[in-house]
Write a protein that binds this ligand. Sequence first.
Ligand SMILES: Nc1ncnc2c1ncn2[C@@H]1O[C@H](COP(=O)(O)OP(=O)(O)OP(=O)(O)O)[C@@H](O)[C@H]1O
Ligand SMILES: [Mg+2]
Length: 788
Amino acid sequence: MEKYLSQLNEAQLAPTIQKDGPMIVIAGAGSGKTRVLTYRIAYLMSQGIDPFNILSLTFTNKAAREMKERIAAIVGQSEARNLWMGTFHSIFAKILRIEADKLGYPTNFTIYDSQDSDKLIGSIIREMGLDKDIYKTKQVRSRISSYKNSLITVRAYFQNPELKEADAMARRPKMGDIYKEYVDRCFKAGAMDFDDLLLKTNELLTRFPEVLMKYQNRFRYILVDEYQDTNHSQYLIVRALSDKFQNICVVGDDAQSIYAFRGANINNILNFQKDYDNVKLFRLEQNYRSTKNIVNAANSIIDKNQTKLDKVVWTANDEGGKIVVNRSLTDGDEGRFVASTIWETKMNEQLENKDFAVLYRTNAQSRAIEDALRKRDIPYKIYGGLSFYQRKEIKDVISYLRLIINPADEEALKRVINFPPRGIGATTVDRLVVAANGYKRSIFEVMKNIDKTELKINSGTKSKLQDFVTLIESYQVMNENADVFELAEHVTRTSGLIKEFKKDATPEGVTRMENIEELLNGMKDFVEGQKEVADATASLAEFLEDVALSSDLDSDKEDVDHVALMTIHLAKGLEFPHVFIVGLEEDLFPSAMSMNTRSELEEERRLFYVALTRAEKQAYLTYALSRYRWGKLVDADPSRFISEIDEQYLDITTPIEERRINPMLDADIFGDVSPNTKRNVVSSNNIRFKPAKQVELKKGSPAKEQPKFQPTVPKKLTRVESSGASGQEANLFDGKLVAGNIVNHMRFGKGEVLKIEGVGSDVKAEIKFQQVGVKKLLLRFAKLDVIG
Ligand SMILES: Nc1ncnc2c1ncn2[C@@H]1O[C@H](COP(=O)(O)OP(=O)(O)OP(=O)(O)O)[C@@H](O)[C@H]1O
Ligand SMILES: [Mg+2]
């Protein structure tokens, strides 16, 4: 047996060496699914399968690169190089690059990133004279995206009255018209957006049987990682390509399906066995990633979901430390806890920064963490922010390059036609756009033929337009002989970009210049790198394709030692020794937007499962009692997810508060309460108002009795139990604190006690604070000093 196969356990070995036929590996996190795919590819090659015939689809380009390196270590670099490996988008962009003319696109088509799409949609909404508060750009884009991922073309849209009706109900009756205009304009600009890369591939494979056959024969073996997160469009591509040979191997975990909001369909994994004949099903049960505590805690979480496949996950790894649960008063404190824990752990255990990751639900949460890390001089990197290639100055340069290979590219043209300023005003551009739409030509063509049009543009402006056309055409000539680096270097100098950026001597301006330099360095690298690959051309088109599809997760330089900060969505498939999951608060995680149906809440829970299972050695769960959101300090309650973990796996440094939730509304969030009444009030600016606390004890009932509507926090986790009515804390102020006392509160400052009410653990004080007015505080939680 091949030596590397001994690095697999028996259960992993079986799918690895199952050469032919459809197969699925369903297994929990950390059980070696990705490892099986990697070794399977090496195995197929050792069995004489040509790497050109193997297609492997991964979730990130980074994952693809890592797999390739691993395989190269086994079978050798030169063979591994010929594998087709990458994300759906990058692989099918390459195929479309070859076949695009069949669909009426130039093979040099541009890929619009989400910024480009947003800009185009924004201008369409403006041109159509629609209300931009109703037709919000991002919402419109996500709607269009969901049509495309469900393969609803413009024509299909207009044939289906239900769709139109749904949009009309959502107060957007013109959605279809925007969709049509957007698609037309992209097509005219020779541009595909991200979703087109899949949609057009589907179109290609259905409309052109000979093309389908070509790629079916090419990709005799297909492997897909993270299959649970494929959307309909991706699903159909995989089905079509694998239809002939049926050598399809998918791996996934239904418990980690977290992209439903972007159209991922968990049924793809559930139905796989129905889609193909004689499917071999494999299961892996042993987790190699995490400690027993983490594995068991994660199991106890996912158990709460109703919709799931039964799976066993266990580990032979050490017990490990319990999961640390930390409460902070504010998000700032939370950041400080994270930073100081990282700092101390690094010292005590001799670790590096890259052994730590901080995961959050929303990007906005990174700020407080960043501040705290900076104060301690701990280097960090945020993943998933604005990627390098989306920064303004970089996009400016890239837009020139895009225009060189595809002068029809409307978004690129609009970006640089007057940058650096050359006296072509917005009105002129608007006229050009209208004319181009009228003539059904690109703006660039209209500009080239400006004398033949009837546009009302004065001769001074006309000659400026012609100069611009000449400039771009001169670059096009240069592009025939120069490489990407030489061309870009020339463009930045002669277009006036460098001069323009140099004018700005502020630190930001200096950073811009550095970024451009970095871009040029990257191009040099690209050119050198391509020289090593036999059939590569180092063409500008290839470079731009890499740029359009790169995310900053991909460009991660392994040699830099930093703490990783990212959203949980981005962390899928990754692993880190120490993981902090921050902001575990109701309405944040689970997100306020995702609590309307059981399936939404279950997706949030899967997200939590993904987060927790990234940790190898130690996990930390943190929450704050108040946090700045939308510029306001809002109160927060600990997330239900913390209390859903079996307590034996937790190390709770500070007892968890009862959730201040209206028991009437929360009795059974999906049960007997009508959906209209159960939600909290949402104000117009989307800030959720918390209903007043109504967990009152019945008169005369013993203090220990739990309220009838016990929130989902298990009894033992509530402060009532841990310190108890009989414990000292609850009685701390009994009898000691009386009306008239002057107290000091950590957050509210100085105040006077007006009255005391309630019994046992429910004793409250009404206090008039100098700064914030009258507040009612539960004494067992309130941090008060009596000062008079
Ligand atoms: N048989 C094995 N022996 C030793 N280590 C293993 C074995 N199988 C997997 N591992 C290691 O366990 C970790 C998890 O494996 P892998 O990433 O393949 O799991 P996964 O099932 O893909 O996880 P996820 O669901 O998070 O994507 C990796 O570090 C991997 O190298
Ligand atoms: Mg994996």
